[in-house]
Structure formats: C-alpha cells, structure tokens
Design a protein around this ligand. Sequence first.
Ligand SMILES: [Zn+2]
Length: 113
Amino acid sequence: MHEMSLAGGVARIIEEQATTHGFSKVLTVRLEIGQLAHVDADALSFCFSAVVKNTVAEGAKLVIERAQGLVWCFGCATQVAIKAWGDACPSCGSFDLKAASGQDMRILDLEVA
Ligand SMILES: [Zn+2]
C-alpha cells in the first residue's frame, strides 16, 4: 500500500511549509490527484490522518480533487481523455494508449491558521 508513503510525503511538505511560512495549524489540505494515478483516495485520507498525528496538520481535513486523465492514442495520433486504465480510446476504441497526464498528485493549497 503506497498511500502510506504518499501521505508521508504530503505531511513532510506541509511541515516544510509550516517552517518556511511560520504557521502552526493546518485546517484543510487540498490535493489534486490525476484520475490515472494509482491512488486510492479513501486509503490516502486514512493514512494521512494517521501520519499527521502530533504535527501542525493533525486533524486537518483532506480534500481530494481528481484531475482528468489524458493519454496519447496511437490509433488517433492525438490526446484523448479516459477515466481509468483499462478504458479504450473513446474515439477509435484502441487500447494502444500511452499516459500523457493525470498520473500525478500535488498539493493545490493549504488553509492554515
Ligand atoms: Zn483513438
């Protein structure tokens, strides 16, 4: 389960931000996760609440937004959007797809006190 290490990474970034910007409490963390990222949002929320215990982000609300997944279709020779791996190209039905975007996870913003 790599959600635990992802949650740890987010917690580390928040700690760095807290040190840099001098806030002592995080209320909300907004994350963007690509639809094609292999991340289970529920598992990530669970892990996050565990790893931020005794940090500035303890009790913070995790808001997860899913970004559209884009792939390159070799059939159409263009970028198309799919919802999940295993989906065919919506235009030509090809499975000959290569990831273009939507695999990443990033912190959008933090609401701090
Ligand atoms: Zn296609």
